[in-house]
Design a protein around this ligand. Sequence first.
Ligand code: 5AD
Ligand code: SF4
Length: 447
Amino acid sequence: MKPSAPPKTYRVKSFGCQMNVYDGERMAELLGTRGIAPAPEGEEADLVILNTCHIREKAAEKVYSDIGRLVLAGKEAGKKPLIAVAGCVAQAEGEEIMARAPAVSIVVGPQAYHRLPEMLDKAVSGKRATDTDMPAIAKFDALPARRKRGPSAFLTVQEGCDKFCTYCVVPYTRGAEISRPFSHLIAEARKLVEDGAKEIMLLGQNVNAWAGEDDKGRRTGLAGLIHALAKIDGLARIRYTTSHPGDMDDALIAAHGEVDKLMPYLHLPVQSGNDRVLKAMNRQHTAESYLRIIERFRAARPDIAIAGDFIVGFPGETEAEFADTLSIVDEVRYAACFSFKYSPRPGTPAATMDGQIAPEVMIDRLQRLQDRLAAHQYAFNQASIGKTCTVLVERTGRDPGQWLGKSPWLQSVWFEAPAAIGDLVEVTLAAAGPNSLKGLVRETLPA
Ligand code: 5AD
Ligand code: SF4
């Protein structure tokens, strides 16, 4: 590769989960400390980071077409952008990317991006750089202080996964479970609140596996961290995602009844409602044990909104087994869900299992599942009508004078009243659609 001028502008394109969004923000901050600025809207950037996701579908193919598009756009603009591939595709397929895509200068895995500045220097000097190490020392220590402004901020507290569900690449791309230290998290949270965050979303692949020592040296789990975060003045809301049923403890369930700032929302994936499928998935829970956990959350916090993830068409899934998934949906009455067709991931045990399901069967099951989930989501929204709650204002709505934000149950709520981004506005939920609700502010309520 030829040496190139140091980049002055960057663009980070993040795909996939919220942790990738967080990582993307941290990479942007890191580039900021090097004096590299975000590329203005509509302009080609000198450096483009594709922060990729490998969890489903033809992720790698998408990366190659994105690279092709970037090269072409660069040519049209008369420049040659530096291209970096980050995230889980970089981790899983770094070598192939380097071999197949000569336009790529940097391949950096999710545990190595704190070393991006040195890699960039190397790339500028004309050498290609790859780093997919998973060092034991957390990258977080090497990253600059947070600069995030905005009412809702992500905070990664835990990374990696030791569960090895048989369909999933995460244990391979993100590595083993690690928890960030308590004191670092409290400090980062304080900084976020100083910078204007009203809500913090604690992130982890298995966030409820977080464990550490509190300021008094006592072993504590996520509940202890939440209790400590709740003491931060100016922080109004705490959320966490994603949890694993196997890591649930009494203290976290109880926290939902004890901590006002902890929002009444739980994202607890079940994936399937059938025990044979759950076993083949190596989920380490049954439909029944999952339902008991939900029951306990509801006892602690009766209005809690339950969300989840589902996979249809796991190898060998019969029609009767799929029917069990529809049944568990009806039992839980989910408020919001993500559902996916099973996608064989190279290197995972399920990819070579017998009984791979035909695409048309998967499409049909996904449709039926999504119809059922949508009906429950709509029913949940309808049942919220008449409730009074706060809305954290995140952005302006479609029409002038409209504001859009989130209810405690993570529903999108819009209202018309004087407000600003970051306000917590009390509204009465007055009308509900499948995906959003209309709120009325007290002063504008009919007498
Ligand atoms: N195929 C389909 N869905 C998957 N997920 C993870 N791996 C796969 C796969 N191979 C889904 C799970 C998980 C969510 C993040 O993505 O439902 O909870
Ligand atoms: Fe993947 Fe299972 Fe770990 Fe979730 S718990 S990240 S689905 S292996």
